[in-house]
Design a protein around this ligand. Structure first.
Ligand SMILES: Nc1ncnc2c1ncn2[C@@H]1O[C@H](COP(=O)(O)OP(=O)(O)OP(=O)(O)O)[C@@H](O)[C@H]1O
Length: 481
């Protein structure tokens, strides 16, 4: 049972442990209440104030915990050292604990967080170490929390104490960002630390940094520098990079194939060959007719055009006897798309002999061969310096081709409106793709170095953002070129 006698015994134990001015206590008195620094209420020791009393050594744990009615304990500015007694939980009435200016070390004991009556807690200017525990939040009545000038390390936890008006953690080994709940504090509360963000002038890096343990830690906002990216996130980044790269390569591959496909043949040779069997009796237009083999066309097959027989193998040239090339030669020519118009697609065809022509492949022509021939021949008969000369035409059930002289100066529209040529577009596209591939490879290498070699990067996230920005810049460049 705690009473004044047990308080007296506790004080005597303290006296023999820490000495100093307690040695002046008159121990012959049966009551400790008149000893310097000791105050009693209701026959219990409630206040023990021994500031700058030359006390030294460690606090005796059991002795202190017997002072169960104590509401103020001030041992500030002494030479006390060692850890605080591990069990302080019996000091349930303790409202003020002043231990600043000593040499206490180690982390504050967990039992301190069970002192729910605490209003003022001053542990400043000691050698306390370890993290600042979030358990300080359990001390709901706390108005003063002074922890400055110690060796507390790590992140500052979120402190939500509604009555806290004095707070200081300056000159500790703290890092990470100042938690949101403490943003309103004066910056003097955080001086001499590696903390960042408001209210300090140091801006937190928003980038994840690699934590010492090998994980990726956020050096920035919210929870501070220890927030690690999960393994899933890292795996996601890695898989995303690889998939992105593969997708890009696939896209490039498809585009390359498409382009080379376009170059190889303007028209499907097989389609023409098949039509040979459909071709009908020789047809003799006014203009010179040339068939692919120089023979008279097959007369067996009939076209579906009713009375008009399609002479599928013949290129019909305008002008008297102007046979420049035959259909086979045209089909063997390398071709590339010039553009699409209302009536079909135009190709540039380079014949093996070097002749260059523009071939317009008409679509959705429902005219019979006779009507087609009549109209095209009247077009072909036109001769004007502003008209591109129509050199020949080809008519079959499946294909209708018009062969013009090739005009090498490009399109008037593109000259007027500055549209880039298809070639230029592809060049831009390839530059962009190359750039993206390069970025993905660099990122993948960095991720690999981080995961497997433990290389630390500060600014990992920033790098990704930069990549995106650069990509955007290149896309814009490619589009505006
Ligand atoms: N003889 C040619 N020489 C060089 N380029 C040509 C020639 N004929 C057409 N082109 C190119 O091919 C593109 C498509 O031409 P096409 O005649 O099929 O359609 P268009 O005239 O542009 O459109 P629309 O048929 O709707 O009037 C043109 O924009 C032009 O750049």
């Amino acid at each position: 049972v705690s009473d004044l006698n047990s308080d007296r015994a506790a004080l005597l134990a303290l006296r023999s442990a820490v000495g100093g001015r307690t040695l002046f206590w008159n121990t012959t008195l049966t009551t400790p209440c008149s000893w310097p620094g000791v105050l009693c209420e209701d026959n219990r020791v409630t206040v023990l104030r021994l500031p700058a009393a030359s006390l030294s050594g460690s606090l005796p744990g059991p002795a202190l915990s017997n002072l169960t009615a104590l509401h103020t304990l001030s041992l500030r500015l002494n030479h006390l050292s060692g850890p605080l007694p591990s069990d302080l939980s019996s000091l349930t009435q303790l409202r003020n604990l002043y231990l600043q200016g000593n040499r206490f070390s180690g982390p504050p004991p967990d039992s301190i967080f069970s002192l729910h009556a605490l209003v003022r807690l001053n542990l400043a200017s000691n050698n306390f170490s370890g993290p600042i525990a979030p358990a300080f939040n359990k001390l709901a009545r706390l108005r003063t929390l002074f922890l400055e000038n110690n060796h507390f390390a790590g992140n500052l936890p979120e402190i939500h104490l509604p009555n806290l008006d004095q707070f200081n953690v300056s000159f500790n080994d703290l890092n990470g960002s100042v938690p949101e709940g403490l943003l309103g504090r004066s910056k003097d509360s955080f001086l001499g630390t590696s903390l960042c963000g408001k209210p300090l002038d140091t801006v937190c890096a928003e980038t994840p940094a690699i934590a010492a343990g090998g994980g990726v830690a956020s050096g920035g906002g919210g929870g501070g520098g220890g927030k690690k990216l999960s393994g899933g996130a890292i795996a996601g980044i890695a898989i995303g990079s690889v998939l992105g790269l593969l997708l890009l390569l696939l896209l490039l591959f498809i585009l390359c194939r498409k382009r080379s496909g376009k170059k190889s043949r303007a028209v499907d040779v097989a389609a023409f060959k098949n039509q040979e069997s459909d071709s009908s009796a020789a047809h003799k237009p006014a203009a010179a007719e040339v068939d692919s083999s120089g023979d008279v066309a097959n007369e067996n097959a009939k076209s579906n055009d009713g009375n008009a027989n399609a002479n599928a193998k013949k290129l019909v040239f305008f002008g008297s006897g102007a046979r420049l090339f035959d259909l086979e030669e045209l089909l063997r020519a390398s071709a590339e798309v010039l553009g699409k118009g209302t009536f079909g697609t135009a190709y540039k065809a380079v014949l093996e002999v070097g002749t260059v022509v523009a071939v317009k492949r008409l679509k959705d022509v429902t005219l019979s061969e006779k009507d087609f021939k009549d109209r095209i021949e009247s077009v072909g008969a036109m001769d004007h310096q502003n008209l591109v000369p129509l050199r020949a035409y080809y008519y079959s059930r499946e294909e209708k081709l018009l062969v013009y002289d090739y005009m090498p100066m490009g399109s008037l529209s593109a000259l007027l409106h500055g549209h880039s040529s298809p070639l230029q577009f592809f060049v831009n596209f390839f530059i962009l793709s190359y750039y993206l591939v390069f970025i993905y490879i660099v990122d993948a290498l960095l991720l690999f170095a981080h995961l497997h070699c433990g290389v630390e990067f500060v600014g990992f996230k920033k790098m990704w953002m930069l990549d995106c920005l650069n990509c955007t810049a290149v896309i814009v460049l490619a589009n505006t070129n």
